[in-house]
Design a protein around this ligand. Structure first.
Ligand code: PLP
Length: 358
């Protein structure tokens, strides 16, 4: 049986041969003591690449954000974020439990982008001094916005508003290198416009595990304390960091290929299901297909695609597909062939019965 074409996420990638070799040969120590040489090398390299004083290698993007939220807020305070952001959505319960904060969720534009005016309004002091915002959080690329990329200038404008109010700005840059590939900016341009930022090695960059938090030396010192407090002292983590170092060097330069393939996939699906997706709006490596727009059921289409050997997810009521390092041109052709076979046997649009369309 051939392996399925797995478009569920850019986290499903398998480590390359070079990564497996590097992991097998990694020089390691105990990261609790800060003496794993491969982890330290990765952290130093990330600090250098981002132009920040220091970096902390952590198991997940969620842990990076939760540590940043904990370090930069006080219990009972607010975090401002975009309404559909990962931090204010999937991580809202984590932040409530770990830090006792609530989220002030601002609705972004049709690409889920916030602007400086909106943030300025949200940061106006409460005349009764009760609702206090401790942190503003951005997401770039913005997943539920459609993998949309925010230009550095827009981050800078928001940073200025935050700085005027003395509120730190945090960037969930899980896919910041995808943003860089689109905007042409350097990762240091983004990292220089925020108090702290994280990115994931385990997404588009193709590492099996790990994310990195960056900021100034004092912040990272506190982040390392919180990493241990939250149970993230992962001992000989150099085994994973060795793959992370390769992801960091090799990953960013090939992301434009993922973006081109995502757009080709979108164009093919748009031809089969007119109105379900606009390929022009696919900016990076992810696409959301609104099959309900064409009168079909999301879970039914997902199951039919799986039966054809193509794995996708349902996110926000749509079929979500991501391209990544293990998806080549032949996989895009294969996925489009599967979509064609699925669409061919669906009842014609408009003929869907109430039950079938529910
Ligand atoms: C935008 C964004 N931020 C943060 C995360 C969390 O990363 P992790 O799965 O490594 O915790 C994700 C994961 O999907 C994400 O898409």
């Amino acid at each position: 049986m051939t392996a399925p074409i797995d478009l569920r996420s850019d986290t499903v990638t398998k480590p390359s041969e070079a990564m497996r070799r590097a992991m097998a040969e990694a020089e390691v120590g105990d990261d609790w003591y800060g003496d794993d040489p491969t982890v330290n090398r990765l952290q130093d390299r990330v600090a250098e690449l981002t132009g920040r004083e220091a970096a902390a290698y952590l198991p997940t993007g969620t842990m990076c954000t939760q540590i940043a939220v904990h370090a930069l807020t006080r219990s009972g305070r607010f975090v401002v974020c975009e309404a559909k952001s990962h931090a204010g959505g999937s991580e809202v319960a984590s932040a409530a439990v770990l830090s006792g904060v609530a989220f002030l969720r601002l609705r972004g534009d049709d690409r889920a982008m916030l602007n400086a005016e909106q943030v300025a309004t949200a940061l106006e002091p409460d005349p009764y001094d009760v609702d206090v915002v401790d942190l503003v959080c951005l997401e770039n690329t913005h997943q539920l916005g459609g993998g949309t990329a925010m230009p550095v200038d827009d981050v800078r404008s928001i940073h200025k508003v935050c700085a005027d109010r003395g509120v730190p700005l945090y960037l969930d840059g899980a896919r910041i290198f995808n943003a860089c590939a689109v905007t042409g900016a350097d990762v240091a341009d983004y990292a220089g416009e925020v108090e702290a930022m994280m990115f994931c090695l385990s997404k588009g960059l193709g590492a099996p595990i790990g994310s990195v938090l960056v900021g100034d030396r004092e912040f990272i010192r506190e982040a390392r304390r919180l990493k241990i407090l939250f149970g993230g002292a992962w001992r000989q983590a150099g085994i994973m960091a060795a793959a992370g170092l390769i992801a960091l060097e090799e990953g960013p330069k090939r992301l434009h290929e993922d973006h081109a393939r995502a757009r080709r996939l979108a164009a093919g699906v748009a031809e089969l299901l007119p109105g379900a997706i606009d390929p022009e709006r696919v900016e990076t490596n992810m696409l959301f297909v609104d099959v309900t727009n064409a009168g079909y059921d999301v879970l039914d289409i997902r199951e039919r695609l799986a039966a054809e050997g193509v794995l996708v997810t349902m996110v926000a009521g749509k079929i979500r597909m991501l391209t990544h390092v293990n998806i080549g041109d032949a996989d895009v052709d294969g996925a489009l062939g599967a979509w064609r076979r699925v669409v061919d046997v669906l009842p014609p649009r408009g003929d869907v019965t109430e039950e079938e369309g529910a």
